[in-house]
Design a protein around this ligand. Structure first.
Ligand code: SF4
Length: 461
């Protein structure tokens, strides 16, 4: 089974041009995103106060981010008082070092994992493998991705690019205890995974998780999931290590009420998640470690426009409505965060030093569908435009913008330019020459009218 991982680091236009050639991928994506989109619209429509809830979610997150230092210290104090241990990680390398050290200290060489974007962001599985520790993903879609040597392509449904025939093939090829007569019926595939994972749950003594939320006032962590694998990982092992981004903190339990309504409806299109697990510190003989991850988040917080990306609760609603994501798929973004949120979060977390990261703010038509559905009202188009202004630009583009600025900033110059354009309209080519042709390869140049509005106004006035 070959991996579908699309050439990273490339850039978004190249990666997506390659991805749209794959008609099976486009079919899988369209079917899956439209199904989730429909479910979301229906359960969101049930709540007459959805917009108020959305405004409350935004307000709680903004207030928390404004006083993040205070809430994180309060959280640390509460977790410690409840017998847990708190570790602070500046970046991915430090977080990976901490987790590997904690696992080694238990004498174990394998861990079970609950689905977690933060651990994917820091490449934890690979870092643990380098230390001789095997990490087993237990979320069904993450298991499919891991067995297929693949790369996640959706925040909520990492194997969204796979159909059930492909999943059967992966299981038969890579899962040693897959039944030989396995069919591609969803129930049969789920049962094969269940049997495979149960043995791992029962023998593993260390688990690694993320968390959807952390409550500062009590030191409680919260995980929402649908399969029950999270509950098994969080409760059975003797040591639990949770790696969580610092922006996931909420001040109080009352705040959680808002997000327990916003998140399931926006992500899986359900009124509530089948499993909501909460735990506070070390309980019933389980040793608990919380690794608080920065990894670029404080830099994002310092940006007045971009900081709203830290409100994200990883529901993936913006992916499911994005016309660009639906066609390009998640791999084209070259990051664990694909789709509209990835286009604004990745360049902020990693910077725009690479060709790929500098291309991400352009991975959007700016249609605004992502903003409409976002449960915490992140104005993704606003951040995209801001990032485009900050992205590196070629010499020709910079020169072109300088000339445009010079013309547009002066009435007389603009009028002269409009008259010249009208006179020369017959000479304007349909395709621009040289490097500028990249613009007209995918767009039509607008027709220049015979008379400018300014001239018409003067004539008629
Ligand atoms: S940006 Fe908004 S819609 Fe997209 S994943 Fe985050 S919270 Fe959900």
């Amino acid at each position: 089974m070959s991996a579908t991982f699309i050439g990273m680091p490339g850039n978004f236009p190249k990666n997506s041009a390659q991805a749209v050639q794959n008609s099976q991928l486009r079919y899988n994506l369209r079917k899956a995103t439209h199904t989730i989109r429909g479910k979301r619209a229906s359960v969101v429509g049930e709540l007459p106060d959805w917009q108020e809830l959305r405004a409350a979610g935004k307000a709680i997150k903004d207030e928390t981010l404004r006083h993040l230092d205070r809430y994180l210290l309060q959280l640390e104090e509460a977790v410690t008082a409840a017998g847990g241990h708190v570790h602070w990680a500046r970046d991915a390398a430090e977080a990976n070092r901490i987790v590997a050290g904690l696992v080694k200290a238990t004498g174990e060489r394998e861990v079970v994992k609950v689905k977690s974007m933060a651990t994917q962001e820091i490449g934890l599985n690979e870092a643990l493998a380098a230390e001789g520790i095997t990490a087993y993903e237990t979320d069904l879609a993450e298991l499919i991705v891991q067995l297929g040597d693949d790369f996640p392509s959706h925040i909520l449904v990492p194997a969204i690019h796979r159909n059930r025939a492909e999943i059967r093939e992966i299981f038969l090829d890579r899962m040693e205890d897959a039944p030989p007569g396995l069919t591609d019926e969803p129930a049969a595939l789920a049962e094969a995974a269940r049997v495979h994972l149960r043995e791992r749950f029962l023998r593993s003594r260390v688990a690694v998780s993320g968390a959807n939320f952390m409550i500062a006032e009590t030191g409680t962590l919260v995980v929402l999931e649908s399969e029950g694998n999270g509950r098994m990982c969080l409760t059975l092992p003797e040591t639990l290590i949770s790696v969580v981004g610092i922006e996931k903190v909420l001040p109080t339990w009352r705040d959680l009420e808002v997000f327990l309504q916003l998140l399931p409806r926006s992500s899986t299109g359900e009124r509530m998640n089948p499993y909501t697990s909460t735990w506070t510190g070390s309980a019933e003989g389980q040793d608990f470690h919380l690794v608080l991850l920065d990894n670029g988040r404080t830099d994002v917080l310092a940006d007045e426009v971009g900081r709203q990306a830290l409100r994200c609760i990883r529901c993936s609603a913006c992916l499911n409505v994005c016309p660009v994501y639906e066609r390009a798929g998640g791999h084209a973004y070259g990051s664990v965060y694909p789709g509209p949120i990835g286009a604004i979060l990745t360049p902020q977390l990693r910077g725009m030093g690479s060709e790929l990261d500098a291309s991400l703010p352009y991975a959007s038509s700016l249609c605004g569908a992502c903003y409409e559905v976002c449960p915490v009202a992140i104005d993704i188009p606003e951040v995209l435009v801001d990032l485009r202004a900050k992205a590196p630009h070629g010499a020709a583009e910079r020169a072109g913008m300088r000339v445009a600025g010079w013309v547009l900033n002066d009435q007389a110059r603009l009028a002269a330019a409009q008259r010249a354009a009208t006179r020369l309209r017959g000479l304007v080519p349909r395709r621009l020459p040289g490097p500028l042709s990249a613009w007209t390869d995918t767009r039509d140049l607008p027709d220049i009218p015979e008379e400018s509005f300014r001239d018409w106004w003067e004539r008629e006035g």
